[in-house]
Structures are given as structure tokens and as C-alpha cells.
Ligand binder design. Structure first.
Ligand code: FAD
Length: 383
């Protein structure tokens, strides 16, 4: 059975799809989508059944995200950050650690989690931070810095934060969670982007934000590490982000087939009989299928604790980078196959063409993925 069905009914997906153009035009957060999805149990999908959730693992969640993104890519991406944390927690728990239990508890309580990782110009992403983390002497930290592209900035209940503590002998990257009522955080009104507008991924400023010891979850050395937290975030992030872009590619194929079906050439022959159009559509479908199957297979391997050893990171980053590139190619081809009508701002394909561009900016970028894969083949570059 489609794991999306119990929560994402056709009626709900229809309402979400109908609202998407308005959020995009008004540059507004997908608030009503969140309200309806929360009421339907979407925030609890990955929570164990024994705690009131649906117990979905990464593979099933990737399929849910793909379905949601077909209706509204920005809603899928923004709310997908919550699912990244929940699936990271599941992956960590399945590997014998309990330090992300708080994430599952918040999700069981229908509280929306957001992802405060990205920082301006920080291309080391999780492996270093420009945010200052100052110990409070009791195991907690005060965070000062800037986080960019915080999706669901206007709606999150719990925001992950991390920063660098340089007070000890070796600098440490410390990870914790802020709740909205904490003092010392603010957001800018600076989200006005080409696409994915309903995510409202605004800049978050941390100004001495205090996270107490009971909401600090991990302390790690600077630089790459295969710690369960990093594995959990990487696996869930790369595959759930990729799933959103698979959904965009799927939707582009459907729209192209539908719109080609309504058109005839000048001589009255159906465009669907044109060999070039048929070839274009076939290429689009097979391109989307190839990446969809990669996402599905790797997500299954995460759930089933398959040991890919040192291949895990190259496999994850390669799958994400390939998927967003493939989705962009599929959407571009859909525009070409459908023709000039797709260029209208009211044609859904033109919104997909803008939304799909965001994929290249999420870690891991194509270049960063290539570096990781090359290192796994040839060893690291000399320092
Ligand atoms: C739609 C969307 C949603 C996202 N959601 C999230 C999320 O929820 N959580 C999250 O952690 N990340 C999120 N990201 C961030 C994403 O994962 C990347 O980290 C982000 O796109 C930065 O990519 P970059 O390294 O190419 O950009 P950068 O070059 O780092 O630029 C990012 C921003 O910082 C500014 N900037 C760059 N360098 C400097 C500097 N030296 N001084 C001042 N400003 C500078 C840029 O002008 C830009 O506004 C999202 C991205 C997108 C596109």
C-alpha cells in the first residue's frame, strides 16, 4: 500500500495543490498546508506506533515526501526539514543510541522541527561553524551567529542549532535544540526568491540564544566524522531532499503528458504521435525512474541497517546530486515538449521550472558530491 495514503488523502493533496500557486504568487508560508497536515498526523508519521505515530521509516517517508512534492514542492521541502530530523532520530536510535529521543518526543507532540544548520559562506556545512557557542558552565550553551535559509522560519516550534565552542583544548561543534519561546533569536524578513517561495526560509539571527543542558544532544570534533548524528542527518537529509525533487520530476512528466495530449499539429495530427515528442517523454520518464529507484533503494538500506561502510557517504551525496540534476533536466525537457504554453506564468510547469532550481543549492552540491566520490576512489588531496 502507498504509505502516503492514510495521511495524504486525495482530497487533502488536492487542496494543497490548489493553494500552491497562491503561496508562490504572494510569497507566503504554506500555513494552511501545515495546519491541515499537522491535524492529519503528518508530523507524527515517523514516530513509533507505540508513541502515537505511524512508525514510518526512511523508505516510506521518502515516498510520502515524493507524493507531497508532486502536489506542492515548497510545502514538501519546508515541512520535509521536520521529517529529516525525525528520520535522523530513527536512524540514530536504530543504531543503538538514544540522544535524539527528544526529537521523537517533540514530533509525537505534533511540534514542528526545523533545521538551523546553514550559515553564510560556510561550505563545510556540518563540519565547522561560524556560530559561537559559549558554555554556560552547566552543560548548556549560548549561541551567537547567523543561520541562513531556515525553512518554516515563521512556524517552527523547535529549531536545531549548532555552533563552535573554542574554550577547551580542542574546538568542539556542539548541537542542541531551541524552542520558540527561548529568548535570543530573531528572523529577518528576507525571503524573496526565484522559487520554493512558500518555504519562507528566512535568515535566523542567534544573539546569545541559551540552550540548556537538557536540550544539548552532541559534541563533536571539527572536521568530517562518521558519528551516528552525522550519519543520521546525512542519510535522512540527502534522501528526503532528493525525494522532493523526484516528486517535481514526476509531476513534470504527468503535466507534459497531459498537455501534449491536448495539442495537435498544424495538419491536425495529435502531437502525441510526433516521434520527437514521444522520444522526449520517454527520456523524461526513464530519467525520473532511474533516480527514484536509487533514492528508494538507499532509503531501504538505511532502514534495514545495511552496512555500506565507507561507501555510505559517496552513495548518499551522489544520489542527491544526481537526483536534483535529473529533476532539472526533466523539467526543462517538459517545457520543450509542451512548447510555448509552458512559459506562461499560470502554467504549473513554469513554477516547477523555478522550484527545481533550488535543488542545486542544498548540500551536497554537485561539486562537493564529486569531491567526496573522488576521495573515496583516489584518497584525499594533500593538505
Ligand atoms: C529552498 C531552500 C531551503 C533551505 N532550507 C534550509 C533549512 O531549512 N535549513 C538549513 O540549514 N539550510 C537550508 N537551506 C540551505 C542550503 O542547504 C544551503 O546551505 C544554502 O543554499 C547555501 O548554499 P551556498 O553555500 O551555495 O550559499 P552561500 O554562498 O553560503 O550563500 C548563502 C547566503 O549567505 C550569503 N552569504 C554568503 N557568503 C557570505 C558572507 N561571507 N557574508 C555574508 N553573507 C554571505 C549569501 O548572500 C546568501 O544569502 C535551504 C536552501 C534552499 C535553497
Amino acid at each position: 500500500m502507498d504509505p502516503a495514503k492514510p495521511v495524504l488523502s486525495d482530497e487533502l493533496l488536492g487542496r494543497i495543490a490548489a493553494r500552491a500557486p497562491g503561496y508562490d504568487a504572494d510569497n507566503r508560508f504554506c500555513e494552511e498546508d501545515l495546519d491541515e497536515l499537522r491535524a492529519a498526523g503528518y508530523l507524527r508519521l515517523g514516530v513509533p506506533v507505540s508513541s502515537g505515530g505511524a512508525g514510518l521509516g526512511l523508505r516510506a517517508m521518502a515516498r510520502v515526501q515524493r507524493t507531497l512534492a508532486m502536489a506542492a514542492p515548497a510545502t514538501g521541502l519546508a515541512l520535509g526539514m521536520h521529517q529529516v530530523w525525525v528520520q535522523a532520530a530513527r536512524a540514530v536510535t536504530a543504531r543503538g543510541e538514544s540522544f535524539l529521543q527528544c526529537v521523537l518526543d517533540w514530533a509525537a507532540d505534533d511540534r514542528l522541527l526545523a533545521f538551523g544548520v546553514s550559515e553564510p559562506g560556510n561550505d563545510r556545512v556540518l563540519f565547522d561553524s561560524a556560530t559561537v557557542a559559549e558554555p554556560d558552565g552547566s552543560g548548556g550553551y549560548r549561541f551567537t551567529g547567523t543561520k541562513v535559509f531556515t525553512s518554516a522560519s515563521v512556524a517552527w516550534d523547535v529549531l536545531s542549532v549548532f555552533g563552535k565552542d573554542t574554550t577547551g583544548a580542542d574546538p568542539q561543534l556542539v548541537h542542541g535544540f531551541a524552542v520558540r519561546s527561548d529568548a535570543g533569536h530573531s528572523m529577518a524578513d528576507d525571503w524573496n526568491t526565484l522559487g520554493m517561495r512558500a518555504t519562507q526560509s528566512r535568515t535566523t539571527r542567534l544573539d546569545g540564544l541559551h540552550v540548556p543542558a537538557d536540550r544539548m544532544v552532541r559534541s563533536l570534533p571539527v572536521g568530517p566524522t562518521a558519528d551516528p548524528l552525522i550519519f543520521g542527518i546525512f542519510a535522512a537529509f540527502e534522501l528526503l531532499i532528493a525525494a522532493v525533487y523526484v516528486g517535481i520530476a514526476d509531476r513534470a512528466v504527468d503535466l507534459a503528458v497531459e498537455q501534449v495530449g491536448h495539442r495537435t499539429a498544424f495538419d491536425g495530427s495529435p502531437r502525441a504521435l510526433d516521434p520527437d515528442i514521444r522520444r522526449g517523454l520517454a527520456d523524461m520518464r526513464s530519467t525520473a525512474d532511474a533516480v527514484a529507484l536509487q533514492v528508494d533503494a538507499l532509503a531501504r538500506d538505511v532502514d534495514e541497517l545495511v552496512d555500506h561502510g565507507g561507501r555510505w557517504f559517496p552513495l548518499l551525496v551522489g544520489t542527491k546530486a544526481r537526483t536534483v540534476d535529473a529533476a532539472a533536466r526533466v523539467v526543462d525537457e517538459a517545457l520543450r515538449v509542451v512548447g510555448g504554453g509552458s512559459f506562461s506564468a499560470t502554467n504549473e510547469l513554469s513554477r516547477l521550472a523555478r522550484d527545481v532550481r533550488a535543488g542545486q543549492f542544498h548540500p551536497s552540491s554537485r561539486d562537493s558530491a564529486a569531491r567526496t566520490i573522488a576521495t573515496s576512489l583516489l584518497g584525499p588531496l594533500p593538505a
